[in-house]
Write a protein that binds this ligand. Structure first.
Ligand code: FDA
Length: 393
């Protein structure tokens, strides 16, 4: 069978691309259903974009690469699409937009756009072999146990990254990139909880608070969650994208409190109060208990010198930790790194050295922050490739 365009991967980017790539498009996925990560995203409500999305919210070897696609299909364009499909939404926090109802509405919307464009979707279809031909590409497919030979002029890699193999994530896009001599930057799990093999926070499991997590590369003010294995929550997931094995992170447990002034004032007013009792008014009690022995929190406020109080504030606002590792691809929301942007056109997502081959979405070395940015990259890059394919056919 001959198609103009074959798109590998019916996830966020592939669905968006298929809706814009013009006629005679085949979209292939080995999963039973399209957009599985959309379905489970945002706790089932899909954080589908972010009002503040801009190039500064993305990591890539070339920080300028994402600019063009993000500018040509913005968060406002996607929001407009959502509204045209009568999907109710709300802003949760920090510009993050979620469905009021279900993430399935976003999948249904993209499927409706796919149908409108007349694209064909083959699910439970695996790629067995791929060759370059004079006019394009030849694919050997296994569709529900039946061998299918398919030819196309244009091939789009939209199979995402390696995160959550249980959900069908594979490194197929990287393998195909290697087959066509496209460089792939180092890939690693990102937006992932950090672990401490000694289980030092297991007594704190479930405790959360607003904190500032930082290292020499970045700083995030968001929620921090202690788990049996270590640290999680938005602030940790964000910083994990900027962390490497062996590096320290710094936790500020009270970024919004003038703790120094509070403790000095309370020393005057409530001098007989224990440090731990006072701190429990501002921080979770279990956390204060956990820190109690190390920081001598059973001592009375009145017995503290200015220097001692300053040292305590420093210990709480500059808590240095060295994570042992991360939870890895098993729970990582995304894969950092991917097909090197140096090999792609930032306008069309087409490979510079292989005419007709495109790469979009998470497969590419563009990784967003937590908060709807990764879907926005999927929509923007999918749209960039789709419109380029439709225009140049
Ligand atoms: P995506 O992974 O969506 O799609 C790839 C498709 O290719 C899949 O359908 C897969 O089955 C298919 N495929 C893979 N290998 C294949 C093979 N060998 N053969 C055939 N098909 C193959 N982002 C965000 O912005 N807001 C959010 O709320 C969330 N929430 C979230 C929760 C969880 C639990 C995860 C794991 C991730 C998120 N994300 C997110 C990240 C977001 O889901 C992700 O960045 C996008 O889905 C990437 O879109 P892609 O289309 O590039 O890949």
């Amino acid at each position: 069978m001959e198609f103009e365009t074959v798109i590998l991967g019916a996830g966020a980017a592939g669905l968006m691309c298929a809706a814009h790539a013009g006629p005679n498009v085949l979209l292939i996925d080995h999963a039973r259903a399209p957009g599985e990560k959309i379905r489970i995203s945002g706790g089932g409500r899909c954080n589908f974009t972010n009002l503040h999305a801009g190039p500064g919210n993305f990591l890539s070897r070339n920080p300028h690469f994402a600019k063009s696609a993000l500018a040509r299909y913005t968060q406002w364009d996607f929001l407009d699409l959502v509204q045209r499909h009568d999907i109710a939404w709300h802003e949760k926090t920090l510009g993050q937009l979620f469905c009021d109802g279900s993430a399935r509405q976003i999948i249904a919307m993209l499927m409706a756009e796919l149908d409108r464009a007349g694209a064909t979707l083959w699910l439970q279809t695996a790629l067995r072999d791929l060759r370059k031909t004079e006019t394009g590409f030849a694919l050997s497919l296994d569709r529900e146990g039946t061998r299918r030979e398919v030819g196309c002029k244009t091939l789009v890699l939209a199979t995402g990254g390696k995160s959550i193999p249980k959900m069908g994530a594979t490194g197929l896009a990287y393998d195909i990139a290697a087959q066509f001599d496209l460089p792939v930057t180092e890939t690693r799990p990102a937006l992932v909880p950090l672990t401490f093999p000694d289980g030092r926070f297991s007594d704190l499991s479930g405790v959360s608070l607003a904190a500032r997590l930082s290292n020499q590369h970045a700083s995030f003010d968001e929620a921090l969650l202690f788990t049996h294995r270590g640290l999680s929550g938005p602030a940790v997931l964000q910083l994990s994208s900027y962390w490497r094995e062996g590096e320290d992170i710094t936790v500020n447990l009270a970024p919004d409190l003038a703790l120094r002034d509070i403790l000095r004032n309370q020393r005057q007013r409530e001098g007989r109060r224990q440090l731990g009792t006072e701190l429990s008014r501002h921080l979770p009690a279990r956390l204060v208990q956990h820190l109690s022995t190390r920081l001598n929190l059973s001592e009375r406020l009145a017995d503290q010198s200015d220097k001692a109080l300053d040292a305590l504030v420093a210990a709480l606002s500059d808590w240095r930790l060295t994570p042992g590792g991360s939870e890895g691809y098993r729970t990582a929301e995304v894969t950092l790194g991917g097909i090197d942007t140096a090999a792609l056109s930032s306008k069309t997502m087409q490979a510079q050295s292989v005419p007709g081959l495109y790469a979009i979405g998470e497969a590419v070395d563009v990784t967003g922050w937590l908060g709807g940015y990764n879907f926005q990259w999927a929509w923007s890059s999918g749209h960039a490739a789709g419109t380029a394919i439709a225009t140049h056919r």
